[in-house]
Design a protein around this ligand. Structure first.
Ligand code: FES
Length: 524
């Protein structure tokens, strides 16, 4: 400790080690975010290693700055360490002073990146990501700092370390950009396939409308063929057309509306085989809710019960993708089951099925028996809450989720919009900023104008004026009232699909949505 150079040595060793560790951490982070380790199924230690390397980097950078205050040659004080442009020492050139200032800026940036990572769960993902990208800047700023202010600059070993560190980072960045451009190309290809799929769906819809007797989606009378118990509080119900015949065409993700004999209407996802045109299979959980629709079904529906059924409709279609991650919460398994059964055998998918315990989880044993390792059944009663953040961070699959609102909101927050697909049967509370205002609906077919008061829905105002639009839930979840917008801007308040998708299709759900402006023209 009596050697006056001791702090100089400490400062050099800690700085070089921190620089090396930072480059490892950066490379590791880039490889993780590029999903290069997908084949290893993203074990937690891969991600933890990135965190440990970052923590060590910050610790050694702190040792470096502390050693500089103790080094009798440079004699840095707090202002030198924390204010860019203040630090200098005897014999330092302008270039060295600039490199010292860059080092201080890099230290601040690195600290912000590190500290925000510690609370990333509490930050909006987009904000955290934007801040995290600043680590690239910090890395290159530290490179400049090291290249021009290091006292070992010029020695062969220093040059070798620098070349190694910078090359590693460059290779990682090249991988990152290559992966980004590959993903963009895939996204364009997927969008094209999606477009084709929509066109095919529209063509099928047209066929259905042209042949109402053959394949109608309008209301039809059906009879319950059988009722089975699928799990605790969950009934499986099979409906077949009265008098035989085929059901309407449907695809995975579709739901039907039951018009119950007691006047209630309830939507249920179809959970059977979409190629089976002899009947519809649904599963009904008795939610014991205040309106009592599912309880009524549990108490009254049995083989032979006749009821009116409309649909199917699909606001949760399975869009072509290379990899799927299905997340089902409780009874949310129903549309997901139809989806996994409709996929080609070799398609890459995984199902995470969340529930309290298997007693109440319909189809749990069946999907495990059929698909083995592709299915993870998580029972929170025995293993606690599932940590979704790790899973969602480590996948670039398209995520399809149906379940409780908290689960679906989490998916929407954590997964990019173009990869997140959710199915809601309960409305999300959405309000117009500043409150609802009156406006006018113009009917494209007749030119007629209808005033819509601030406290009245479009469908109610039109019904009063003698224009009827089919409705079912009246809450903006079932999609029955879908109406094309001819002119004007809507204020979407429904939960049927994302606002961007509605705008792309040019439709709105007037049972809850309104006009954003004084007038809107609808195809009605
Ligand atoms: S009636 Fe259900 S969305 Fe409008």
């Amino acid at each position: 400790m009596n050697d006056p150079h001791i702090w100089w040595y400490v400062s050099r060793v800690s700085a070089l080690t921190a620089w090396g560790l930072m480059s490892f951490s950066l490379v590791w982070g880039v490889l993780l975010s590029s999903r290069v380790f997908r084949g290893l199924d993203n074990p937690a230690w891969l991600k933890d290693l990135h965190k440990y390397l970052s923590t060590l980097t910050v610790l050694l950078a702190s040792v470096h700055t502390l050693a500089l205050t103790l080094d009798p040659y440079v004699k840095f004080d707090a202002a030198d360490l924390f204010i860019p442009g203040v630090a200098t020492y005897q014999g330092a050139t302008e270039l060295i002073n600039l490199a010292l200032a860059v080092g201080v800026v890099a230290m601040w940036v690195m600290s912000v990146v590190y500290l925000t990572s510690l609370v990333m769960d509490k930050l909006p993902r987009a904000l955290w990501k934007a801040i995290h990208y600043a680590s690239y800047f910090a890395f290159f700023a530290i490179g400049i700092h090291a290249a021009f202010s290091g006292t070992d600059v010029g020695s062969w070993w220093y040059a070798a370390i620098s070349i190694f560190v910078i090359s590693m980072a460059m290779i990682a960045l090249m991988i990152r950009f290559a992966v980004i451009s590959l993903r963009e190309r895939r996204a364009v290809a997927d969008a094209k396939v999606s477009e084709l799929r929509r066109a095919a769906q529209a063509a099928r819809d047209a066929v259905v409308l042209e042949n109402p007797d053959e394949d109608s989606r309008d209301k039809r009378t059906m009879v319950v063929q059988k009722v089975t118990s699928l799990a605790k509080n969950v009934l499986g119900i099979r409906l077949i057309p009265v008098g035989g015949g085929r059901t309407a065409w449907w695809d995975a993700g579709s739901h039907i509306t039951l018009h119950l004999p007691n006047g209630m209407e309830r939507q249920y996802s179809l959970c059977g085989d979409s190629t089976d045109r002899a009947g519809y299979d649904i599963a009904v959980l008795d939610t014991h809710g205040p309106e009592g629709g599912s309880t009524w079904i549990h108490n009254n529906v049995k083989a032979g019960t006749v009821m009116t059924v409309s649909g199917p409709r699909n606001h949760f279609p399975l869009v072509p993708a290379r990899t799927y991650l299905f997340i089902a919460g409780g009874i949310g398994i129903t549309p997901i089951r139809a989806m996994i059964e409709s996929l080609p055998a070799k398609r890459d998918w995984h199902l995470l099925y969340l529930g309290k315990n298997k007693d109440g989880m319909a189809f749990a044993d069946e999907v495990v028996a059929e698909h083995g390792k592709r299915v993870t059944v998580h029972e929170s009663d025995t293993t606690g809450r599932f940590d979704l953040s790790r899973l969602l961070e480590s996948t670039n699959a398209d995520v399809y989720c149906c379940g409780p609102e908290t689960l679906m909101s989490e998916i929407e927050q954590r997964v990019e919009r173009n990869r997140a697909h959710v199915e809601r049967f309960n409305p999300v509370l959405r309000e117009i900023e500043g409150g609802a205002r009156p406006f006018v609906v113009r009917l494209a077919s007749s030119g007629k104008k209808v005033n819509v008061a601030a406290n009245v829905s479009i469908t109610d105002a039109l019904a009063k004026a003698g224009v009827s639009i089919d409705t079912s839930c009246g809450k903006g979840v079932c999609g029955t009232c879908e109406t094309r917008i001819v002119d004007g801007k809507p204020s979407h308040l429904d939960s049927v699909m994302s606002d961007a998708d509605k705008d792309k299709l040019g439709v709105m759900y007037p049972c809850v949505s309104r006009a954003d402006g004084a007038e809107i023209t609808l195809d009605a």
